[in-house]
Ligand binder design. Structure first.
Ligand SMILES: [Zn+2]
Length: 139
């Protein structure tokens, strides 16, 4: 199957969570049923642990201008280090690296990288960070 790059949808910058997770690659976003719109999008149904997220609800995050944790006076805080450790261990991705890249490149150039990183080479769908494969074609 030939991949049509023009049909590939770019990630919305609003999908990049304050902690550096790309909600667009999250299982809760990619699944068909009870779909979450991303942690910055308030209306949609969300997993409980996301609603109660101590990062999203952090008072220091609210004081940042960028809306990302790298901008915080406490960065990287204990909570952020723990989450980074969990994602490195379980999903082979460092959130602190993501955040440093967002800071360095700016969100728009970061999105270009993310588009390339998570695009399924087989069908052009999105690879899920939690599953490690494309949810559209299972490759
Ligand atoms: Zn695919």
């Amino acid at each position: 199957m030939k991949v049509d790059a023009s049909s590939y949808k770019s990630f919305d910058p609003a999908l990049i969570a304050p902690c550096g997770i790309n909600c667009g690659t999250c299982l809760a976003y990619l699944r068909a049923k009870n779909r979450c719109g991303g942690c910055r999008i308030p209306a949609d149904p969300k997993p409980k642990h996301c609603v109660q997220c101590s990062i999203l609800n952090c008072v220091h995050l609210a004081e940042t201008t960028s809306g990302f944790c790298y901008d915080c006076v406490k960065y990287p805080c204990q909570r952020m280090k723990q989450l980074d450790k969990r994602y490195r261990k379980s999903y082979n991705m460092s959130l602190l690296e993501n955040l440093n890249l967002i800071k360095e490149l700016g969100i728009n150039r970061y999105i270009v990288q993310e588009n390339a990183k998570w695009r399924c080479p087989t069908c052009g769908g999105t690879i899920c960070v939690h599953r490690g494969y494309c949810l559209s074609c299972s490759k």
